[in-house]
Write a protein that binds this ligand. Structure first.
Ligand SMILES: Cc1cc2nc3c(=O)[nH]c(=O)nc-3n(C[C@H](O)[C@H](O)[C@H](O)COP(=O)(O)OP(=O)(O)OC[C@H]3O[C@@H](n4cnc5c(N)ncnc54)[C@H](O)[C@@H]3O)c2cc1C
Length: 299
């Protein structure tokens, strides 16, 4: 049996951890990347300039000779999800998301934000879409995979960059998450100040991204968004509904700031501030600044 990891970057610590649990020899297939973390076998599917990773799907499918019992691990990122779909179609394999445990070929999956757990056994390979995780050092030069399969004829014709994009929340150590407690988009500046003070990334609840569109869609945390495991998660004006908290279960410390003492978030928080975020955030940013200044004085 083999565990396959398909990736376009070295941000695969989460996948390597799952591969360790599966215990089979590991083959990493890098798409458009040729120096990868060490594994039993490391292959690269080269990408010519202007070709998006998704276009390499036919070549990636040719490279992955998965057999029943094999697991194919793919990071939960936009381009790679397309590769997961192509591989599943080619292998006749199920795509499993939310896998939390594997034992003897039995995959355990959280359902409904973790209130139920489903167990799945398959007599085919399984394609698992998982949070990629932190970056690992590139240690092994990959062998090029030479195959006659033609990539799709897609081309990158233009690129627009989003000021907020490019953050992989799944590997962030500190996160400030904003919810609908903010009255206006401009007020998110308060949360950005706090994030800057804490050297944290900015995330949000689903309505902030999908509803009012104040932050990009890949910024929201929860059962249908990102799964995160930071050391510190500061939830500001977030009510703490089950669907949101499902994405935060592995956070080490949760701090909640909410003006409703009965908000569900307080049942999940290690520390809670019952108060108006419009007063609490500026005070917190000032206090953190003072703390830093004091630290400088004593050096
Ligand atoms: C199938 C499904 C999937 C979903 N998936 C997700 C998901 O992945 N992620 C997700 O986040 N949601 C998801 N949701 C939505 C989820 O159920 C909640 O509706 C959502 O998380 C609520 O977002 P919120 O906490 O920002 O807003 P609200 O629930 O409106 O909470 C706002 C909070 O701000 C507080 N507040 C208001 N004013 C202030 C103030 N001045 N100072 C301090 N606090 C204040 C309020 O007390 C309240 O607790 C899903 C829903 C469904 C049905």
């Amino acid at each position: 049996m083999t565990t396959w990891i398909i990736t376009t970057s070295n941000q695969i610590a989460g996948l390597v951890a799952m591969a360790d649990r599966l215990g089979s020899p590991v083959t990493i297939v890098g798409v458009g990347i040729d120096v990868l973390p060490a594994a039993d076998r490391v292959l690269t599917v080269p990408l010519t300039e202007g070709l998006p990773a998704e276009a390499a799907a036919p070549v990636v499918c040719a490279a992955v000779e998965a057999r029943p019992g094999d697991a194919v691990l793919v990071p939960d990122r936009a381009g790679e999800r397309v590769l997961a779909g192509a591989l599943a179609a080619r292998l006749g394999a199920p795509v499993l998301t939310g896998v939390v445990a594997v034992a003897d070929g039995l995959f355990e999956i959280d359902r409904f934000g973790g209130i139920a757990r489903e167990r799945i056994r398959t007599d085919r390979p399984a394609v698992l879409v998982l949070p990629g995780g932190a970056e690992l050092p590139g240690e092994q030069a990959a062998e090029p995979f030479d195959e006659s399969a033609e990539p799709f004829a897609a081309r990158i014709t233009a690129e627009t960059s989003d000021a907020e994009a490019g953050t992989d929340l799944s590997s962030a150590k500190r996160i400030v998450a904003v919810g609908r407690g903010f009255r206006a988009e401009a007020d998110l500046g308060l949360a950005r100040d706090l994030a800057a003070s804490l050297d944290a990334e900015l995330a949000c609840s689903r309505p902030v991204a999908e509803g009012v569109g104040w932050l990009p869609k890949d910024s929201y945390v929860g059962v249908s968004g990102q799964t995160v495991k930071p050391d510190l998660y500061v939830a500001v004006g977030v009510s703490g509904q089950l669907q949101h908290m499902a994405g935060v279960r592995e956070a080490r410390t949760i701090v909640a700031i909410n003006n409703d003492e009965h908000a569900p978030i307080f049942a999940h928080a290690d520390y809670g501030v019952v108060g108006d975020l419009y007063e609490v955030l500026p005070a917190l940013v000032t206090a953190l600044g003072r703390g830093r200044d004091r630290g400088r004085d004593t050096r």
